[in-house]
Design a protein around this ligand. Structure first.
Ligand code: SF4
Length: 422
């Protein structure tokens, strides 16, 4: 039930209902059930566990009333900017550009974290909630109870909860699939298999551990802990990240087991958010080796599946230079299979990553265009191609322009991949 309480210039709203379906719209949208505290200077929003998740300043000093801060479950503050609206949607497929505080491969965006009002929100939100609690001495019990919990979830506790999440997952999720943008990166991570097959030289997100499946007992243990950790906020989730870097390389049995058990245990069928998504990574080998029966069985599950395959390049010289131990012929084969899976299965979308950088051999771009333009007879709405800038911490207008030229020629939806962790 929605409760609204005003006192001393403060407003507390409990049980607010945001959108129940992820959509792409050009104004700020809140998802799921949340509570809100409004002061003269700022608006703060909290999830079902009374943990802060959104904030924005009010008044003229805030960079833009359409922009806001989001705190991820991994305890990162992310600033969503409009980017002046010009070209953001065309570039990333979303109306808002996530600005991250850690090194990543983003080509666009400024430095909103240098802005005083943004820094003040991040540094002072908790002190301000303590003040609100002090100013609402006469509030009804449910408001006091909520504020007590919001104050208890101080920055140290939130950092500790994030550490616990990393522990449950066997380590921090260093990279989320690009398609998880469809759920605003609000995914619950469950690692079915650790590590990856290739250990490519160019890759900045790989883990040292060798590829290894997790046991079913370990999946159950992790789900128990995830249910406990997400607690009262679990109902706001409908999306799974099945980790780690190559979940598609797990056995068919383990993959299906992990997805079905996660769907049941995490309550996706009864989530406030409608629909259900599973995001995972795959490699060229795991994708080519995946039995058709796997896709047939996934078809029957009540989820949308997004599999992201790291193709990187269809040019042998580029693959060798990148230290990616696969052949251009296998990349081509995987691309072909991607087209047939995307055509055959309504609830499965296979997307692919290609790299971009000025330092790559001249043969890289023509080889990629041979696949995404020449081999596709007409434009298709499915089977997204992500171009992933190779360098971290190197925003570049030239590369954005190069991307735009590339995108115009592609016959598949084509976007930039901003590497985001959880
Ligand atoms: S690109 Fe993928 S397969 Fe290669 S090292 Fe990175 S995570 Fe592993």
């Amino acid at each position: 039930m929605n409760t609204v309480y005003h006192q001393n210039g403060y407003k507390v709203s409990l049980g607010k209902q945001g959108a129940d379906r992820y959509t792409k719209i050009s104004y700020p949208q809140r998802y799921g059930r949340y509570s809100e505290v409004e002061t003269k200077e700022a608006i703060y929003q909290f999830n079902g566990n009374a943990e802060i998740i959104f904030a924005r300043g009010k008044g003229e000093t805030w960079p833009n009333p359409q922009e806001w801060l989001k705190r991820s479950v991994g305890n990162d503050w992310i600033y969503y900017s409009t980017g002046g609206y010009t070209g953001v949607f065309e570039a990333i497929g979303e109306f808002y550009l996530p600005n991250l505080q850690y090194p990543t491969n983003a080509l666009m965006g400024g430095n909103p974290f240098a802005s005083d009002p943004v820094r003040r929100i991040i540094n002072e939100w908790h002190d301000n909630i303590v003040k609100v609690r002090g100013g609402l001495a006469g509030a009804p019990p449910q408001v006091k109870d909520f504020l007590g919990k919001a104050v208890a979830n101080n920055p140290a506790i939130l950092a500790e909860k994030a550490r616990r999440l990393f522990q449950i997952s066997g380590g921090r999720v260093t990279v989320l699939p690009p398609d998880s943008r469809h759920a605003d990166y609000n995914v619950i991570p469950l690692t079915a298999a650790e590590g990856c097959l290739y250990k490519c030289r160019f890759c900045k997100v790989k883990t040292a551990r060798p590829f290894q499946e997790v046991s079913k007992a370990e999946i159950e243990r992790r789900l128990d802990e995830l249910v406990e950790l997400y607690g009262e906020d679990l109902n706001n989730y409908n999306s799974l990240f099945l980790g780690e870097h190559d979940a598609l390389c797990s056995s068919r049995e383990l993959l299906l087991y992990s997805v079905t058990r996660a769907y049941e245990r995490l309550g996706f069928g009864t989530s406030y958010m409608r629909g259900s998504n599973v995001f995972l990574f795959g490699s060229v080998d795991s994708f080519l080796n995946a039995e058709e029966q796997l896709f047939d069985e996934l078809r029957r599950l009540p989820c949308e599946f997004y599999m992201n395959i790291g193709l990187e390049s269809a040019d042998q010289e580029t693959l060798d230079k990148l230290g990616k131990p696969i052949s251009a012929a296998a990349v081509e084969e995987a691309f072909k299979r991607m087209q047939s899976i995307n055509a055959a299965y309504m609830n499965i979308e296979v997307s692919a990553n290609f790299l971009m950088d000025a330092s790559l051999p001249d043969s890289h771009y023509p080889a990629t265009l041979r696949l995404i333009r020449d081999s596709i007879p007409r434009r298709k709405p499915k089977g997204t191609i992500y171009l992933s800038p190779l360098k971290f911490g190197a925003p570049s207008r030239e590369l954005v322009l190069a991307f735009n030229r590339f995108k115009l020629q592609s016959r598949l939806p084509t976007f930039l991949y901003i590497i985001q962790r959880l």
